[in-house]
Write a protein that binds this ligand. Structure first.
Ligand code: ZN
Length: 229
């Protein structure tokens, strides 16, 4: 498919600039006090690791304000195991846990995830060697599903894989020394969520019961292991 040549004032970028103008002129003045308070420090309530997908908006779906969430996003909400890749995700985790002292880390997958579809159908990644290499961190979830799930149809398989990928990334998260140490003494809580774009529902992983349940009614399902100190 030939690429469409863009005009210098392309509509999409002008919509973004108009959005900024609205923010600067209308939204900012209403919350000026908050921004002045945030100008020189942040004390986020949680770290939020999710997919880069444009339809997942952490602040919107949790109704959070600036300063509330320390967000890291990448294709497939992947957390590489410690030591394999000293990249942006590992750096952000260490900074959030050690420097900012966050009490909660949420890993949030989502429905209709392109990364998860690619894990199921790797031939889609022929021209994307970097994505293919990155998604090796999700391979474990694929094998768990292939060998254990009696999935019925593509949609079902994709849903189960998306959940298993969150479980796998929670496992990787716990290999990071800064995380492992605070989990061992019980002052860090980790959460594995899957957000459904179509219905807005979030399901969370319960480590004890080994299942995902809807959040919002009843006690929050938790992925945090038992502390030892
Ligand atoms: Zn995704």
């Amino acid at each position: 498919m030939p690429y469409k040549k863009l005009k210098s004032t392309d509509d999409a970028i002008m919509q973004i600039v108009d959005g900024y103008r609205h923010f600067h002129e209308e939204v900012y003045p209403q919350q000026e006090e908050l921004f002045k308070k945030l100008a020189f420090e942040q004390t986020p309530k949680a770290m939020f690791i999710t997919c880069a997908d444009s339809r997942v908006v952490p602040e919107l779906i949790t109704q959070s304000s600036p300063g509330d969430l320390f967000v890291t996003r990448n294709v497939g909400n992947v957390v590489p195991p410690y030591g394999q890749m000293l990249g942006g995700v590992s750096t952000a985790i260490e900074y959030a846990v050690v420097a900012l002292g966050v009490k909660h880390i949420i890993i949030c997958g989502h429905s209709d995830c392109g990364a998860m579809k690619a894990v199921l159908n790797p031939e889609q990644l022929r021209n994307m060697p970097t994505v293919r290499s990155w998604l090796q961190h999700s391979e474990v979830a694929k094998i768990v599903v292939e060998e254990n799930c009696k999935c019925d149809g593509h949609r079902d398989t994709l849903g189960v894989l998306t959940e298993e990928n969150v479980v796998a990334q929670l496992g990787h998260l716990a290999t990071h020394p800064s995380v492992a140490s605070r989990l061992a003494r019980g002052d860090l809580f980790i959460h594995g969520w899957v957000y459904d774009i179509e219905t807005s529902q979030i399901r969370a992983y319960d480590t004890e019961k080994g299942e995902f349940r809807r959040i919002g009614d009843g006690p929050l399902p938790m992925a945090t292991p038992k502390p030892r100190y």
